[in-house]
Design a protein around this ligand. Structure first.
Ligand code: AMP
Ligand code: MG
Length: 465
């Protein structure tokens, strides 16, 4: 089978595309293959299984240049240190998508890194990105994970793997920071032109920025609505398309607490759950700075246009967040006071975020006991439930938006540990649960339950190594 890939990115901005070849795999073994996605992409799953994937993960591509603010500090040169863009392909619906490898060996952007990835983190990205997709949240998709036979040295020697993924594009805020930082306005203009052609044909640069602001506001609101914590919202991990990208130390919040963070490298909680909207806005301000010369010739005018657009973030975010919460609560009208009181109550009572909304659906249909059991302060819970019931909640509508199964941290760890030991059973079962997240299914109780207390207290995620 011949895969026809285009090279639009490399053609548009060759200065930002270093031709490179993946390190050959030693002993490839297919660990996970997304057959439905393969078919959508026009790739024959049988061909992929029969060795097509080994061919793919040993392909030629380009390492993309980008810069980025990492935990607030600027690095002018990051780039794909261990990843390659193989090219763009057109899916069955006519959409142009990037086909990309992660863990494919050192590139000229690798700095001190080994260019490799371990099986666990690549399976984690596969699992969580597919769960996000099933939740209706824009994200890169996972096509496959192939273990390579390489030994990856971390705290201990680990089995190496390559993840093949697809994305609307891999253009990041950091891509624009890189182009701007070169001082080459023509490059910046070409990059913006490429992004516009790809994502918002016919737009001006200011309109492009405005689209990105709206898309990111909506994206982060959707994260917040399912309790997703990205974990490392550096500007190089924020897309122009509005898709979630780079699942490193990400996690789903269990007990509701806005200060929740799981990442072992996020000491100060910069990327904690409740900070995500403000961080997104901060990152978008960095994008505005990079694009400034394209907004207007006069700098003052460019700044005021950028600021006016940036200010729309909050409006977009609030709209998506409140609208989403209305749906989760199954009611219409003004929910702000009710919501504020609920979040305070959930925080005080350490209420599991996902379970609460799932069980609230049962309360809407007359069985309030399961949701009541999540609270210590029953009187306060009953008072809140009474106010909520007065609004006439629609339980069936709630069940369509409140997931029962999300990739809970203890389940993910269990699946990855087994996967690293060669047993893909737990991974496959968890994947099945979280890729049909809505509606309770008999026999899957285990996947709906919060982590045991002693697990949650000490849980940390490690960067996507
Ligand atoms: P991340 O935080 O995973 O998005 O990565 C940030 C930067 O570090 C990117 O430029 C990556 O390409 C690079 N990087 C991360 N891990 C490695 C590795 N093992 N080898 C080379 N580069 C890496
Ligand atoms: Mg990254």
């Amino acid at each position: 089978m011949n895969i026809s890939l285009s090279s639009d990115f490399a053609d548009a901005v060759p200065e930002m595309a270093v031709s490179w070849e993946a390190v050959p795999v030693v002993e490839p073994e297919l660990l996970a293959l997304n057959e439905p996605l393969a078919r959508e992409l026009g790739l024959d799953p049988a061909w992929l299984r029969a060795g097509g994937l080994s061919f793919l993960v040993s392909s030629k591509g380009v390492a993309q240049a980008y810069a980025g603010h990492q935990f607030g500090g600027y690095s002018p040169r990051l780039g794909d240190g261990r990843a390659l863009l193989l090219g763009e392909l057109t899916d069955a619906g006519g959409r142009l998508l990037d086909l990309h490898l992660k863990g494919s060996g050192r590139t000229p952007f690798a700095r001190g890194g080994d260019g490799l990835a371990a099986v666990g983190p690549m399976l984690r990205e596969y699992l969580v990105s597919e769960a996000m997709h099933a939740l209706g949240i824009p994200t890169t998709r996972a096509l496959a994970v192939v273990s390579t036979g390489h030994v990856v040295q971390r705290e201990e020697p680990l089995a190496g793997a390559v993840l093949a993924r697809v994305a609307a594009s891999h253009l990041r805020v950091g891509s624009f920071q890189y182009a701007r930082n070169t001082g080459d306005l023509d490059l910046l203009r070409r990059l913006a032109g490429h992004a516009i052609a790809r994502h918002h044909p016919g737009s001006t640069c200011l309109e492009l920025f405005s689209h990105v602001v709206a898309a990111q506001a909506s994206l982060v609101a959707r994260w917040m609505l399912v309790g997703f914590i990205h974990g490392v919202m550096n500007t190089d991990n924020m897309t122009i398309s509005g898709e979630t990208i780079d699942y490193g130390p990400c996690a789903f919040m269990e007990a509701y607490d806005p200060t929740t963070k799981y990442s072992s490298i996020d000491h100060r909680g910069r990327y904690a759950y409740g900070n995500q909207p403000i961080i997104a806005e901060w990152n978008l301000a960095r994008l505005a700075e990079a694009l400034l010369p394209l907004f207007a010739d006069d700098e003052d005018e460019a700044v005021s246009l950028a600021l006016a657009t940036l200010r729309t973030f909050d409006e977009h975010f609030q709209e998506a967040w409140i609208g989403g919460m209305r749906a989760k609560l199954g009611v219409s009208g003004d929910v702000k006071p009710l919501l504020q009181d609920l979040l305070a109550l959930m925080h005080e009572n350490n209420v599991d975020f996902t379970s609460f909304f799932h069980l609230l659906g049962k309360a809407a249909r007359g069985d309030a006991e399961p949701v009541r059991s999540l609270f210590l302060d029953l009187a306060a819970a009953d008072a809140w439930l009474a106010r909520w019931r007065e609004l006439g909640p629609d339980g069936e509508a709630m069940d369509r938006v409140n997931p029962v199964y999300v990739p809970r941290n203890h389940l993910v760890e269990e699946a990855l540990a087994a996967g690293a030991d060669g047993d893909m059973g737990p991974f496959d079962r968890l994947l099945k649960a979280v890729t049909s997240p809505f509606g309770e299914r008999p026999g899957l109780e285990y996947f709906a339950a919060p982590a045991p207390q002693d697990f949650s207290a000490t849980y940390r995620t490690y960067c996507g190594t």
